[in-house]
Write a protein that binds this ligand. Structure first.
Ligand code: DX5
Ligand code: ZN
Length: 222
């Protein structure tokens, strides 16, 4: 199973993002955290920033929308060129219709759940999505501790994805380190977001290599 390492630029230097992107050239995708001060108590950037970021990196953008009313706003991020657009289940009015719209525009469609949100209601909807994001911290800020009690959701998802035979990526986001990435990979994740452990622990390229090796060592085979 392929392992993907998606650094989050939330912890990068916002005044030097072109340089910060150049430091993660060995990543698989760039995780872009869009926050609106409503769905989460923090504010980052919007669609124009996504367009600007895409102009200065060849890496695909993995946009994580922590915003209210994604039904209205998410399609704009797909039109802006995002490779994947992930919205929160808790915020969407019609998750299936929105995912279909995102796919029609040409993006991979992702659905995210907060740590306290059950995954069972979404298992039968899996064919509508290309990615499921299991939040391993409360969304809003980088640098928080991994919540291990979220891991059973990955087991349920991994079983359902294997049974479906579909190419659905299972992503974790929040508190991912060399230690916790092994736990998440064991639980069934294949796509790993890491912010502070990539940008705050020395050279980002070395950190990406360490995370990738740890994830591969614990990845489900087949
Ligand atoms: C948190 C964001 C994360 C954040 C992760 O709400 O969705 O993507 O950047 O940061 P770390 O890896 O520091 O927990
Ligand atoms: Zn994120």
């Amino acid at each position: 199973m392929a392992v993907r390492i998606n650094p989050s630029i939330l912890t990068a230097d916002f005044a030097n993002l072109e340089h910060e992107l150049s430091r993660i050239a060995t990543a698989d995708l760039v995780h872009v955290d869009v926050m609106d001060n409503h769905f989460v108590p923090n504010l980052t950037f919007g669609q124009r920033m996504v367009e600007s970021l895409q102009r200065v990196t060849p890496l695909p953008l993995d946009v994580h929308l922590m915003i209210d009313d994604p039904d209205r706003w998410a399609p704009g991020y797909a039109q802006a060129g995002a490779y994947s657009v992930t919205f929160h289940a808790e915020a969407a009015t019609d998750a299936v219709a929105l995912a279909r719209t995102l796919r029609d525009i040409g993006a991979r469609a992702g659905i995210a759940v907060k740590p306290g949100t059950a995954i069972e209601p979404y298992l039968e909807l899996l064919p509508e999505f290309d990615q499921v994001l299991v939040m391993t911290v409360e969304p809003g800020f980088g640098g928080q501790s991994f919540i291990e009690s979220t891991m059973p959701k990955l087991g349920l998802l991994r079983d359902a994805v294997s049974a479906s035979g579909l190419d659905i990526w299972l992503q974790v986001d929040g508190g991912i380190t060399e230690e916790t990435i092994a736990i998440a990979a064991d639980a069934g994740a294949d796509t790993f977001v890491a912010g502070s452990s990539v940008y705050n622990q020395g050279e980002p390229a070395s950190q990406i290599a360490l995370l990738r090796a740890a994830a591969q060592a614990h990845s489900h085979s087949g």
